[in-house]
Each structure stands twice: as C-alpha cells, then as structure tokens.
Design a protein around this ligand. Structure first.
Ligand SMILES: [Zn+2]
Length: 244
C-alpha cells in the first residue's frame, strides 16, 4: 500500500506539472507549450516546484505550487478511496481532469472541448478496463446513467437559465456523472446538489466581502469540480449522515 501511495504521489507530481503546462498553453494561447511548463517571460523551463524559471529565476504564479500540491495530495488520497486499486488509474485521470478544468475555468471562464474530450475518452476507457479486473467494484451501466442524467439535468437548467450556465458546464456534467455514477446514485446527487450549495455559499461570501460585485460573472465549473471531488471522496459518509 505504501508503494502504491508513493507511485500515486509521483504520478500526482508529474501530472501536476502537465496540468500547469496545459492550462498555461490554453491561457496564453500557445498550444505548442502544452508538454512542459515554461516561463511566461523567457520561455525557459520551470524549476521542480514550477514557482520560478530555471535559467533566469523569473518568478511564476504562486498558484502553480497550489495546483501541484492539491493534485498530488488528491491522487494519494484516491488510493484509499477507490473501490478497487484497479480503478485508481481511472480516478487519477478524473482527478487530474478536475484540477485542470478548475484552473482553466478560473483563468479563462471556459471549459474547452479539447480538454473534456480526451479526459472522457481516457478516463472512460480506464474505468472500463479497471472494472474488467474487478467486476464487483462499481457499475459501468450506472456510470452511463449518471453521465446521461447529470448531463440532462444541467442541459435543462442551462436552457432555463438562458446564458447563466455555459454549455461547457453541461458537458462537464457528463464527465462528473460518469465517475460519480460508477460509484453510486447518491454520489451523482451529492455532486450535483453539492455544486449549487458550494456555489451559493461562495457567491454570498464574495458579495458580502465585496470581492466580487453583483454583476460579475462567477464561473460555475469550479463549484461542479469541487463538489465532484468531495462526492468521490466522502459520498458514503455524506449519504449516511443524511439518512441519519
Ligand atoms: Zn524566465
């Protein structure tokens, strides 16, 4: 188990660097820079912790370090949460996708198809393969149901909200529904309802402390990704607490 956790930490660290590179490439519209993170100013490679560039020590966004730490910690924690270790690769891809899409949505207020598509394809394939190794863990059929259900619910809301919700959020719901649905129906509900609870509380805090004005658009994707991670980690505890 300790070896698995160490591997998870290493994968989390390396993929954390890729997340920074991919989100930077998108944010700066430099698709050629998506493999390794580069300096904003001189284009040189970044140091291990990605907070400064290796050649000229130009300072980078401190945010990079947060992204790396969060991604690494989540991937290690996933080792203890997945219903079977065969499913860890799938949930590692899911975790990386959630971190990447959170960063990208905060930066650019977009959830790009070229990030969602590969996440769905690779994550979904690994979910299916992992399940073949241990068919008692989770349900691929319920995963598809969760993806369709959460997608449909958000699609309806997007139509009713008339522009308040982007179509990127609707497509993100399919990815989250797939991975929470694989675990249980409760997990899908917790991810969906949780996003509105977290979004509501955060909006009130931002308004009360005047961090954001009433007319500023707040991207909804990050609330969905945070609720999704919370659901994957603690859906059993939350469901048990709710049913009392
Ligand atoms: Zn530099």
């Amino acid at each position: 188990m300790l070896i698995v956790a160490a591997i998870a930490a290493l994968v989390g660290f390396v993929s954390g660097r890729s997340i920074i590179a991919i989100s930077d490439a998108h944010r700066m519209d430099r698709p050629d820079r998506w493999i390794t993170p580069m300096c904003d100013q001189c284009g040189g490679p970044l140091g291990v912790l990605t907070t400064q560039c290796r050649t000229n020590r130009h300072p980078q966004r401190r945010w990079n370090l947060v992204v790396m730490v969060v991604n690494t910690v989540l991937m290690v924690v996933m080792v203890g949460v997945v219903p079977s270790l065969w499913l860890w690769p799938a949930y590692a891809v899911f975790t990386a996708a959630m971190v990447l899409l959170t960063v990208t949505d905060l930066d650019t207020k977009l959830i790009p198809n070229r990030m969602l598509g590969p996440s769905l394809a690779l994550g979904g394939a690994l979910l299916g393969i992992g399940w073949l190794f241990d068919t008692s863990a989770g349900s691929p059929l319920r995963a598809l149901g969760g993806a369709a259900g959460y997608f449909a619910a958000m699609y309806l809301l997007a139509i009713l909200a008339r522009g308040g919700l982007g179509f990127g959020d609707v497509k993100l719901a399919a990815l989250i529904g797939l991975f929470t649905g694989f675990l249980s129906w409760e997990a899908v509900l917790i991810a969906g309802i949780g996003s509105f609870l977290i979004g509501g509380v955060t909006s009130i805090v931002l308004l009360v402390f005047r961090i954001r004005g009433r007319k500023d658009a707040i991207p909804f994707g990050p609330f969905m990704t945070v609720a999704a991670i919370v659901s994957v980690l603690w859906w059993q505890e939350i469901a048990a607490w709710y049913t009392g």
